[in-house]
Design a binder for this molecule. Structure first.
Ligand code: ZN
Ligand code: ZN
Length: 173
């Protein structure tokens, strides 16, 4: 098996915030997430710091609204998940082109030239669709979290105390 890693760039707003969604209450907020770059940058690179990724698997974050903790991969919005899934599909289609369709096309030509057996393989390359995702609007308001020296953005209409996304401690404004 070959491990293929491709960096998917998710849109962030002008302040550098990535949209997050609580897996429990489904409310949305925003946080600054390391390693997520703006979708405008073109570089497609492989992820090298694998060890660091594995170490941070166990880290939990807290919903600012309902305080429920969840692992770091639990906070994708449905739109982000869909976007990531479509990227995975496009990678799969490229692999099919490269390892199945192209060798098949070459093979079919080779067999015919020998004149012994005539097998015609019709294989058309799949044209993977480049996934697109809407740019991130500059909504929500910034909350300074003194406990962790971090900032998050929460829904404008939220008036109740919030929990720190990073440590879970309660904040009242
Ligand atoms: Zn929640
Ligand atoms: Zn905190």
């Amino acid at each position: 098996m070959t491990d293929i890693q491709k960096t998917v760039h998710l849109p962030i707003d002008d302040d550098g915030f990535l949209r997050r969604q609580c897996p429990y209450c489904m409310r949305e907020f925003k946080a600054i997430v390391d390693g997520v770059k703006d979708s405008c940058s073109e570089d497609e690179q492989t992820v090298e710091d694998q060890d660091e990724n594995e170490l941070s698997e166990s880290i939990e974050y807290y919903c600012p609204y309902c305080s429920q903790p969840a692992g770091k991969d639990s906070w994708w919005t449905l739109e982000q998940l869909d976007f990531i899934e479509r990227h995975a599909q496009a990678i799969g289609e490229e692999l099919i082109n490269e390892h199945l369709i192209e060798p098949l096309s070459r093979m079919s030509k080779g067999i015919r030239s020998k004149g012994m057996i005539s097998i015609e393989v019709k294989a058309n390359r799949i044209d993977p669709i480049t996934p697109i995702i809407n740019p991130e609007p500059n909504d929500m308001r910034i909350i300074q979290l003194e406990c962790c020296n971090e900032r998050i953005k929460i829904l404008d209409e939220w008036k109740e105390p919030i929990s720190c996304y990073y440590c879970g401690s309660k904040h009242t404004e």
